[in-house]
Design a protein around this ligand. Structure first.
Ligand SMILES: Cc1cn([C@H]2C[C@H](O)[C@@H](COP(=O)(O)OP(=O)(O)O[C@H]3O[C@@H](C)C(=O)[C@@H](O)[C@H]3O)O2)c(=O)[nH]c1=O
Length: 177
């Protein structure tokens, strides 16, 4: 059973997941298209990606795919803990240019649904963080886009500076409306 909570970003949801425990360990439902539909969320996944991050304070983001390949994603932290941030890039949205941060961890089993039109990034808070993404659209390499994690237009307060970050994520252009 999944429970969906609205966030400050229009159309983004934090998803709580129960864990059934017994002497063997635990069992959790990670995704159910029917439950998404009942919550009013139009999402079904195509590609499923795993991001493995051995180091604490690894930063990935802020990433999105623009139209006509805009993608929604459902993000989970299977191991470790991350500070996960979404930024609303939809001019027509009530939360345009707003951002919100969430802690996703193995222990809290929270999932984050990121709607189309939002940039997404995370900072690992521990070693060995494994992040699973379900994507609504297939990856289009020519449409990979992003902004810097420290773009002043968003003023995101990260809990720590990145210790590991790809050069590509330092080279994104400054946000210009
Ligand atoms: C994102 C992506 C990358 N790739 C390839 C491209 C490249 O060779 C290699 C690594 O890609 P990247 O460096 O872009 O991976 P990464 O920086 O981890 O990108 C991810 O960052 C987080 C914050 C997100 O929100 C994701 O949607 C995704 O953009 O994997 C795919 O094949 N499919 C994909 O969906």
């Amino acid at each position: 059973m999944l429970r969906f909570a609205e966030t400050q970003i229009a159309g983004a949801f934090l998803v709580e997941t129960d864990e059934y425990r017994d002497e063997r360990g635990g069992f959790s439902r990670l995704y159910c298209p029917e439950e998404f539909k009942r919550a009013g969320i139009d999402f079904s996944s195509t590609q499923i990606n795993l991001s493995a991050n051995p180091h604490r304070h690894t930063l990935r983001g802020l990433h999105f795919q623009p139209e006509p390949h805009a993608e929604a994603k459902f993000v989970r932290c299977l191991n470790g803990a991350i500070h996960d941030v979404i930024v609303d890039l939809r001019p027509e949205s009530s939360s345009y240019l707003g951002h919100q941060a969430f802690e996703l961890s193995r222990e809290n089993r929270l999932g984050l649904f990121v709607p189309e039109g939002c940039a997404h990034g995370f900072l690992t808070l521990r070693e060995d963080c494994d992040i699973l993404y379900q994507m609504s659209r297939v990856y289009e390499p020519g449409y990979a886009a992003g902004y810097r994690y420290d773009d002043p237009a968003f003023a995101i307060a990260w809990p720590a500076p990145p210790a590991v970050i790809a050069q590509a994520d330092l080279d994104w252009p400054a946000f210009a409306p």
